[in-house]
Design a protein around this ligand. Structure first.
Ligand SMILES: CCCCC/C=C\C/C=C\C/C=C/C(=O)SCCNC(=O)CCNC(=O)[C@H](O)C(C)(C)COP(=O)(O)OP(=O)(O)OC[C@H]1O[C@@H](n2cnc3c(N)ncnc32)[C@H](O)[C@@H]1OP(=O)(O)O
Length: 243
C-alpha cells in the first residue's frame, strides 16, 4: 500500500478513512496475508496527523477525527496480516506511529530522514496508546527520554535505539521489504497470529476499554486556547521555514 497524499502524506480524516477501508478490504481477502506500507511521495513517509484537523474546528469534528485515528491504530495493530513498514522518508509523530504499529520496520539509510514521536515539540502530548506502542518497540527508558524531549531521530540513530529494525539504501528498500515479508510468511499463519495477539493484547485492550474516555480527553486537551495557540504557532513556523 502506497501513501499518496501530497505534499506530505498528512493524516487527514479523509486519508485515515480511506486507509481503514483499504486495510479492511485486504484483511477480508483470504488471498492476502501481508501488507507493505510505503510512500509514493518523495522524501516523506508521513508527516503525521494533519494539524489543520486539530485547529479551530468544532467539538464534533475533533471527536470524529480522533475516532478515525483510534480506528486506524486498532485495525493496524491487531491486523492478522504481516505488516512491514518500508519507511522511505521522514516520519514524525502520527507517521512514526504507523511505522511502530507494524510488525517490522525498514528505513532508507538517508541521514536526512527523521522519525520519532515529536509531539512534545508541538506543545502536545502523545496519547497513552502511542506511548505504549513505542515502549513495546524500544523499551521504557529509551521511550521515556525520546518522548519527553520530543526527539526526531535521524535514520542511523533510529536504528541504533531500535526504533527501526534495519537500514538499507533507498533503492534496495522495496526488495528488502519483499524479502522480509517472505521470511515472515514462511511461518504458519495461525501460530504467528496467535503470538502477535498474545504480545499486543494488553495494549489493545487498554484503548478498547477506554476509547470514549480517550476521545473526551483529546477534545478537552485540544480545545484549550493554550494548545490551539501552540499548534497555530507551529504551523506558522512550518510556513516561515519555507520563505
Ligand atoms: C493528556 C491528554 C492527552 C490527550 C491527547 C491529546 C493530544 C495529542 C494529539 C495528537 C498527537 C499528535 C500527533 C501528530 O501527528 S501531530 C503532527 C506532527 N507532525 C509534525 O510535526 C511534522 C510537521 N511537518 C514537518 O516537519 C515537515 O513538513 C516535513 C514533514 C519534514 C516535510 O518538510 P518539507 O520541507 O518537505 O515540507 P513543508 O514543511 O514545506 O510542508 C509542506 C506543506 O505541508 C504542510 N504540513 C506539513 N506537515 C503537516 C501536518 N502534519 N499537518 C498539516 N500540514 C502539514 C506545511 O505546512 C506546508 O504547507 P504549505 O501550505 O506551506 O505548503
Amino acid at each position: 500500500m502506497k501513501f499518496k497524499s501530497p505534499p506530505v502524506n498528512s493524516l487527514s480524516l479523509d486519508f485515515l478513512t480511506e486507509f481503514c477501508i483499504s486495510l479492511e478490504k485486504l484483511e477480508n481477502d483470504r488471498a492476502c496475508r501481508g501488507v507493505i506500507l510505503t510512500s509514493a511521495v518523495p522524501k516523506i513517509f508521513s508527516s503525521g496527523l494533519d494539524i489543520t484537523e486539530m485547529c479551530g474546528k468544532s467539538t464534533e469534528h475533533y471527536a470524529e477525527f480522533w475516532r478515525a485515528v483510534q480506528e486506524m491504530w486498532l485495525r493496524l495493530y491487531s491486523s492478522n496480516m504481516v505488516t512491514v513498514a518500508a519507511v522511505n522518508g521522514s516520519s514524525p509523530a502520527g507517521g512514526c506511529l504507523i511505522a511502530l504499529t507494524c510488525d517490522y520496520r525498514i528505513m532508507a539509510e538517508n541521514p536526512k530522514f527523521s522519525i520519532g514521536l515529536n509531539e512534545a515539540q508541538l506543545g502536545i502530548v502523545a496519547p497513552f496508546w502511542f506511548k505504549d506502542t513505542f515502549v513495546n518497540v524500544v523499551g521504557h527508558r529509551v521511550a521515556e527520554r525520546s518522548l519527553q524531549l520530543g526527539s526526531l531521530h535521524s535514520a542511523p540513530e533510529a536504528h541504533r535505539i531500535g526504533l527501526v529494525d534495519e537500514l538499507v539504501p533507498e533503492e534496495k528498500l522495496k526488495d528488502r521489504a519483499t524479502a522480509v515479508m517472505q521470511q515472515w510468511l514462511a511461518l504458519p499463519d495461525h501460530a504467528r497470529q496467535l503470538t502477535k495477539t498474545m504480545m499486543r493484547k494488553a495494549v489493545l485492550d487498554r484503548l478498547v476499554a477506554h476509547r470514549e474516555e480517550d476521545v473526551q480527553n483529546f477534545i478537552s486537551f485540544i480545545s484549550k486556547e493554550s494548545i490551539q495557540k501552540s499548534l497555530r504557532m507551529y504551523m506558522e513556523m512550518l510556513k516561515k521555514k519555507k520563505s
